[in-house]
Ligand binder design. Structure first.
Ligand code: SAH
Length: 215
């Protein structure tokens, strides 16, 4: 990686992640390994390491690094974990999961975003990733059960059919609430009972689909 990208990346890790409470070294190493500037459109490259969401085309955004870190930390992904990601977008979050050694099933509704993300992730050498262009709010039943489900867009609520694709004790992290503002929640799934924890307020682009928003 070129020196100026490396400097920007180290600043992001120190000031936007570590100083704000992301202390897991394994996770910080994952951020260190992923060239975020490759995941943003060329015209936004100079801001790639700023702690902000950026447009990636088709009205969608790449999530801000701190939020990606917070969500990933909340899942506590161990090596070999089976993770369903809903909303591939740029593929940046997918790459972080890949760096952590997860086996990823990632679904994107927009064919052109999916195509770009797949080519980029493949080119960067990520292999433990399964791609699907579909409505991710339905999950990926044939690959269930998952250890974790990560929704990278907002939902009106955590859909029961999706949670049922988790193993007993598996966790869901996503942004749930109203269209304009949501709460990031972590749900630990047990068939008879679930625990729900609110992590922070947030604002994500919507997941449009059968168990999501209508438009
Ligand atoms: N993790 C991504 C975030 C992308 S934003 C990143 O950091 O780049 C959310 C993504 O969800 C968008 O790309 C959008 O096209 C996609 N999306 C919206 N509804 C969806 C659905 N029902 N199933 C799968 N993907 C969906």
């Amino acid at each position: 990686m070129q020196r100026h990208w490396r400097d920007d990346l180290e600043r992001m890790i120190a000031l936007d992640l570590r100083a704000r409470g992301i202390r897991d070294d394994r996770l910080l190493e994952a951020f260190r390994a992923v060239p975020r500037h490759e995941f943003v459109p060329y015209e936004h490259r100079l801001n790639a390491y700023a702690d902000a969401p950026l447009p990636i085309g088709n009205g969608q955004t790449i999530s801000q690094p701190y939020i990606v870190a917070l969500m990933t930390a909340a899942l506590a992904v161990s090596k070999g974990a089976r993770v369903l990601e809903i909303g591939t977008g740029s593929g940046y979050q997918t790459a972080i999961l890949g760096e952590l050694g997860a086996r990823v099933w990632t679904i994107e509704r927009d064919a052109s975003l999916q195509c770009d993300a797949k080519a980029l992730l493949h080119g960067l050498g990520y292999r433990n990733i399964n791609y699907r262009c579909a409505d991710g709010t339905m999950g990926w039943p044939e690959a269930a059960p998952f250890d974790h489900i990560l929704a990278t867009g907002s939902l009106p609520e955590a859909p029961a059919p999706l949670l049922a694709q988790l193993r007993d004790g598996g966790s869901f992290v996503g942004s749930v609430g109203r269209r304009t503002i949501q709460e990031m929640v972590r749900i630990v799934y047990h068939p008879q009972q679930m625990t729900v924890e609110t992590l922070c307020a947030c604002r994500f682009v919507p997941l449009v689909g059968f168990n999501g928003w209508t438009h």
